[in-house]
Design a protein around this ligand. Sequence first.
Ligand code: SF4
Length: 301
Amino acid sequence: MRQRLGGRVQKLAIDAELGCPNRDGTAAYGGCTFCLGEAFSPSYCRKARSITEQIDLALDFHSSRGRSANSYLAYFQSGSNTYATVEHLKSLYFEALSHPAISGIIVGTRPDCINSDILQLLDEISQRHYVAVEYGIESVYDTTLSHVNRCHDFSTAVAAVTATKARNIDVGAHFILGLPYESREAIIEGIRHINALSIDFIKFHQLQIYTSTPMAKEWEEHPERFLFSEGFDCEDYISLIIDIIRRLEPTIAIERIASEAPRHLIAHSPLGGVRPDKLRDMLVKRMHDGGFRQGDLLIRE
Ligand code: SF4
C-alpha cells in the first residue's frame, strides 16, 4: 500500500448504515450468532451523520492520538456495504471520494451481497481511485457457516472473490478463528482452501464472544464446542497464527491477526487483555526466533 499510494496509509472507518440482509429477514433474522454491531464501529461513527462528518471526526480521532498518514482510505466497515441500490451506493462512495483527504475506498460486505452492476460501479471508480472489496467469509466450512447462521456457503464466497478479481479490483477476506466445532487441525487444514482464493489481503480475528449474543449463550452452555475454551491463552493463539502463516501463500498480505473491541462488550477472548500491537510484536519475535517465514510450509488444494 505504501508503494502504491505513497507513504503511510490510514483507513478511516465509516458506518453507512446500510443494514444487513442477515438481520432484516432478506437472508435471515437475528444475524450471525457471533455478531454485535456496536463492537465494529469506532465511537466517532456513531457521533456523526454524514459520510463527510464521519471522515472529519475520524481524522480528528487519529490526529489526537498522534497518528498521521500520507493517504487515507474510507473504509466502509459496519454492516454490508453493498446492500443498497447502485444509485445509493454511488452517492455514498462518491461522497467519501469527494473529501480532499480521501484517496480511495475499501468496501466491506458479505459474499452474497455483490452483483455485476455493483462490480461495474466499483470497476469504474477503480479507474481513478484505489478500490478494494473485503468479504466477510469467516470460515471455509459450510457446516460452520450454517451453525453460526451465516446464510451463505463457501462456494458463494469463492464466486464473489472470483468475480471481483476478474475486474482487477483488490480483494480481501476476513476469517474468524475459533468458531464452534472447528478444531486446531481443521483451521490449519482450511488454509488450503484460502490459498486457492484469488485474494490480495487477509484478516484473521480471534473469536471474541460478545455479551448478549446467541454465541455468548452457546459459550455458556457448551464451552466444549470452542477451541478457545478456558486455558487457551495468548501464547497458544500466537502458536496457532504461526502455524497458519507458515502454510499461507506468501503473496497474500496479512492485514490483521486479531481484533479489538470495547472491553465491556467482551464476554470471552483468548487474548485476555493483550492488545493487538503487543500481540504482533510477540508474533514477530517468535517468527524470527524460530526462523519461520510466511509460506515455508505452504499447502495447496
Ligand atoms: S456479521 Fe455481518 S453479515 Fe453477520 S449479522 Fe453482523 S453485519 Fe450481518
